[in-house]
Write a protein that binds this ligand. Structure first.
Ligand SMILES: [Zn+2]
Length: 194
């Protein structure tokens, strides 16, 4: 009898925790399905802080590995440690390391598009699978991990549709500089007052 009570004391909280976790995953799955059904973003916020679009030199389909493969993304150069921000709203679907990309983050955005951020020096603290991100969310910091070792620090930014990699450059848009954003906000407030 004692043993039975003891096992119930263990099983009931365990089940409660398990159902809570499953519930959480189900909610996440529901939200991800909604995002999957949405139209893909046509404009992507520049994923590296302080870099303007005109400073990105087009490296789409540049030869890599001695011409064995093509570069499926854009390299955005900035000094080591520059914040890497999400280009879109979405859910973090992977935070992890691989041989080429080094420290990487993958975000699923609208339409099921995948956004891939690679060569990170470090991840943003507490970044985890399932987290909802926006263009204001820091994912990590520019670095040289993976096969970028020995190169100038840069973010490798890849965009994948269901049919494969697509060139992010035409979709990239400049972020408003903080000083300009402040002026725009003041102008809006001014209008409201009048
Ligand atoms: Zn690259």
């Amino acid at each position: 009898m004692k043993r039975r009570l003891l096992s119930l004391a263990v099983i009931i909280p365990a089940l409660a925790i398990l159902s809570y976790l499953v519930g959480d995953k189900l909610i996440l799955f529901g939200r991800m399905s909604q995002l999957y059904a949405a139209k893909p973003d046509q404009q992507l916020a520049m994923p590296v802080a302080g870099v303007s679009k005109k400073r990105v030199s087009d490296s789409w389909h540049a030869p890599r590995s001695g011409g064995e493969r093509q570069h499926e993304g854009q390299d955005i150069f900035a000094s080591r440690g520059t914040p890497v921000l999400s280009a879109t709203d979405g859910y973090v679907v992977r935070v992890g390391e691989n041989r080429l990309g080094g420290k990487t983050v993958s975000v699923m955005g609208a339409g099921g598009r995948m956004y891939y951020y690679a060569h990170l020096d470090a991840y943003a603290p507490n970044l985890a699978f399932g987290e909802y991100v926006t263009p204001e969310t820091v994912l990590g910091y520019v670095g040289t991990t993976g096969n970028a070792a020995g190169t100038s620090p840069h973010l490798h930014f890849g965009v994948y549709s269901s049919s494969g990699a697509i060139n992010p450059l035409p979709m990239l848009s400049d972020r408003m500089e903080p000083s300009l954003a402040g002026k725009a906000a003041n102008a809006r407030l001014g209008k409201k007052r009048n």
